[in-house]
Design a protein. Structure first.
Ligand code: SF4
Length: 454
């Protein structure tokens, strides 16, 4: 049986990653002045990865001895020869994906649509000869009987009453490793900010799910659920060793929504990385409230090089309004300082255009971001996503018709105090103020050099 995984992208001058924002994807549109446009282009050269689930599905089908290809391009001949096409879904490339789906329809292909956005917007993706895969696609394809076409074709008929499978992968250890060797032979797989070189950066996940209160507006719990599922430490270590050996890289990007969500598990994993002397550099995203001196020391010893932390706003009322509960600003400063003193790079992530924001609260957040000792910063825009609980409150206020604009860098709803043009000016101002300081020159120089260092 022959599958073709198609992962189409819209043409933009900025970095598009469908894996972020819980599988809805983000597009780093930093602004529209000269410097912001330069930053858009630069970051698109620095970071590149596909949605992880697409490569998990690739490996599952390969494990089942199905001939499978992955591509970002509409490779007509190969598509014609495939029995089935598997199309990724996202918000950031939504209109492009629908156009692709229509094209596939016109040549009579049977298409499985995978990914959380396809689930949330099922009706939009449901064309003739299309089956929208419910839940995690890994679970569906693990359970799919590929021994005969009749078992697969049933998904394109009305007779699906007998078919049921779990919507999530309960045992994450049952998954094969995503085939990054295959992927990196076709496309870049990189994050040059990690270790400031252009070696392959392996996306890896140890846990799925997030139970925190910000599920109100966040898409990760939609994609992965609010219950945390863990791979065994042994399985994660095996995968790390596998890529060190097979791709000769020591760079790993942990894609867990909150890496240190379970202290005991995190400690075990770090200790094992240290005991096995793996000597890796890794990047995590986590919550500042889950870090303290002892854990930072352990993470550093295991190879933590870079951490992304969500701060969103310096104003506690703005945060309370979106049900984001976190530690106070003094504590944030102390933890970030501790990380930086340990030579760990910190990217603090802020959100503009929160419902309680005005120009003043945003300018205060910009000042606060420059006051914190973090070396990197990200300013995105509050986005009420379809499917999240908060969306019900915003549905009637949405002013942006095109989903591809929901890239976390545009104000897509009618705000009481702000509009998109104001937000763009504030983004331009914020990036200029943060990065174009003498103290940031060494980081900028290192980042540029990473494009040529391997
Ligand atoms: S901590 Fe909040 S923002 Fe981060 S993944 Fe969990 S729900 Fe989403």
């Amino acid at each position: 049986m022959n599958f073709f995984i198609l992962d189409p992208y819209t043409n933009n001058n900025w970095r598009l990653v469908k894996d972020t924002a819980g599988g809805y994807g983000t597009g780093n549109d930093f602004g529209d002045n000269f410097l912001s446009k330069g930053l858009n282009k630069f970051v698109s050269k620095m970071i590149s990865m596909p949605p992880m689930y697409s490569m998990y599905v690739y490996s599952i089908l390969k494990m089942k001895n199905c001939k499978t290809e992955y591509s970002k391009e509409f490779e007509e001949e190969k598509i014609k020869n495939a029995d089935y096409v598997i199309l990724t879904s996202s918000i950031i490339c939504h209109e492009t994906e629908i156009e692709t789906l229509k094209k596939l329809n016109s040549i009579g292909k049977k298409v499985f649509v995978i990914g959380i956005f396809g689930n949330v917007m099922k009706e939009r993706y449901k064309l003739k000869n299309t089956h929208v895969v419910k839940g995690e696609p890994e679970s569906f394809f693990l359970n799919l009987n590929t021994t005969e076409k009749k078992f697969v074709d049933i998904f394109f008929t009305d007779d699906k009453s007998e078919i049921s499978n779990s919507l999530v992968v309960e045992n994450l250890d049952s998954l094969p490793f995503p085939d990054w060797k295959y992927y990196s032979s076709k496309y870049d797989l990189k994050n040059n900010f990690l270790a400031f070189n252009s070696k392959i950066a392996i996306p890896i996940v140890a846990t799925r799910g997030c139970p925190y209160s910000c599920f109100n507006y966040c898409t990760y719990p939609l994609q992965q659920g609010r219950k945390v599922r863990f791979r065994s430490v042994k399985n994660v270590i095996e995968e790390i060793k596998y890529w060190i050996k097979n791709l000769n890289t020591n760079k790993f990007i942990f894609r867990d929504p909150v890496f240190s969500i379970n202290r005991k598990y995190t400690e075990e994993l770090c200790k094992e990385i240290i005991n096995e002397n793996l000597k890796i550099n890794f990047l995590i995203e986590t919550h500042l409230k889950n870090l303290d001196d002892e854990l930072i020391d352990l993470l550093k010893n295991a190879g933590l090089e870079m951490v992304y932390v969500g701060i969103e706003s310096s104003n506690s009322e703005v945060l309370g309004d979106i049900k984001r509960f976190t530690i106070n600003n003094d504590e944030q400063y102390k933890i970030i300082k501790k990380l930086v003193d340990k030579n760990i790079y910190v990217k603090s992530m802020f959100m503009f255009g929160n419902p309680g924001d005005d120009e003043n609260t945003i300018k205060k957040s910009i000042e606060y971001s420059a006051f914190l000792p973090n070396q990197f910063v990200q300013y995105s825009v509050f986005t009420p996503y379809p499917g999240t609980p908060v969306y019900n409150l915003f549905e009637k206020k949405i002013i942006e018709q095109k989903y591809e604009k929901f890239n976390q860098y545009n104000l897509i709803y009618k705000h009481e105090n702000l509009n998109n043009s104001k937000i763009t000016k504030l983004k331009n101002y914020a990036y200029r103020k943060f990065y174009f300081r003498v103290s940031k020159f060494p980081i900028i120089a290192k980042s540029i050099l990473s494009l040529v260092i391997r």
